[in-house]
Design a protein around this ligand. Structure first.
Ligand SMILES: *Cc1c(COP(=O)(O)O)cnc(C)c1O
Length: 343
């Protein structure tokens, strides 16, 4: 039996909280050094480090859960390892080897077992792997030194008391440039989105809907989650296809669940803003909330309402949410290879 930390598991919220151990590995002289667990939540780097000057950084986000039968597991972390390597390569950083990513995950979560929220609390252990240029640069070029860290923190369910529909607004800003960095998970994309997010938040919206930056005609994603839509007859799930959105692991899993477990037709294609009113349901997908139902979208005063709007999530959304979280918590059998046992 693991010894749980004395925390108020039902009221954890979504915030930084230092745990006992974090995994650290350093890249120097052309190679990744041996990783180790550290007690130190502080990072000391040179004042001219590449991350501070030119924002050379990428990250990941995943969760560890306690399942119904008491195992500690992660959901498809091999895909996080792969995506992080892709992000790193695009930013001219040495990828952290995928097998080592999975070993680091096991080590870090195991070293913080007391922080993994108990089954049934709705909370989970959020895992944030990230790497950044630590070596000094002043001329614009990739650094010679990097630090990979994996930190963890317990977080509460994104929505207390079940998934409630959110309202979005169509942004006048773009999240990523055409042929830019929209497809990688980098902090720089989030720095870009904060101005637009503040505007949406002040106007009372949960998130922005970003349009494709080239034509401003197609739906891309929000600042941190992909979209799916359900056709009027409830039989088809559609997700936007674009080279400037982040390939969400939750969205890829939803496509599989919809097609192979719920018997829906699935389509990955360009989705026009103008056709949104044809859909009966809309949802956001990402690790943090798994699925957030979207009740309505404000397009400059024109309201697009899905199903019962802000009153309650639609039936397909509810089924998708229940199936996906059931797989994660071990109450519904998972497709081969989706569940990674940590302890
Ligand atoms: C992380 C992220 C998502 C969600 O991806 P998941 O793998 O499902 O967590 C979606 N959009 C952006 C921009 C992201 O950074």
């Amino acid at each position: 039996m693991r010894e749980l930390k004395n925390l108020d598991w039902n009221n954890i919220g979504f915030q930084y909280r230092p745990c006992d151990k974090r995994y650290v590995a350093e890249y120097k002289d052309g190679a990744w050094g041996e990783g180790y667990l550290s007690d130190d939540p502080e990072v000391r780097i040179n004042e001219c480090a590449g991350i501070l000057q030119y924002c050379q950084e990428c990250f990941e986000g995943l969760k560890a859960y306690e399942t119904a039968n008491g195992e500690i597991v992660c959901f498809r972390p091999d895909l996080n390892a792969e995506r992080m390597a892709d992000s790193a390569e695009f930013l001219c950083m040495p990828p952290f080897p995928k097998e080592r990513f999975l070993e680091a995950l096991k080590e870090t979560v195991t070293a913080n077992l007391g922080f993994v929220p108990p089954y049934g609390s709705g909370a989970s252990l959020y895992v944030r792997p990230y790497m950044f240029a630590s070596g000094p640069v002043i001329g614009v070029k990739p650094s010679h030194e990097y630090i990979f860290r994996m930190i963890v923190m317990p977080v509460g369910p994104y929505f207390k008391g079940g998934a409630k529909p959110v309202a979005l607004m169509v942004s006048d800003f773009d999240r990523a440039a055409p042929h830019g960095t929209g497809h990688i998970k980098a902090g720089l994309n989030y720095a870009m989105s904060m101005h637009a997010h503040e505007i949406a938040a002040h106007a009372g919206y949960a998130e922005n809907l970003f349009l494709d930056p080239a034509e401003r005609k197609y739906v891309e994603e929000t600042g941190g989650a992909n979209f799916y839509f359900i056709s009027a007859d409830g039989k088809t799930l559609v997700t936007p296809k674009s080279s400037s959105i982040l390939p969400s692991i939750t969205r890829r899993s939803i496509l599989y669940v919809a097609e192979h477990m719920l018997g829906l037709k699935v389509e990955e294609r360009k989705v026009e803003l103008a056709e949104l009113s044809d859909f009966s349901e809309c949802g956001l997908c990402g690790t943090a909330a798994v699925i957030s139902p979207v009740g309505e979208i404000d397009d400059h005063g024109r309201k697009i309402v899905f199903g019962k709007g802000m009153a309650e999530p639609g039936p397909v959304t509810t089924k998708l949410y229940d199936t996906l979280t059931g797989i994660q918590l071990g109450t519904i059998p998972a497709p081969e290879g989706w569940i990674f046992k940590v302890a």
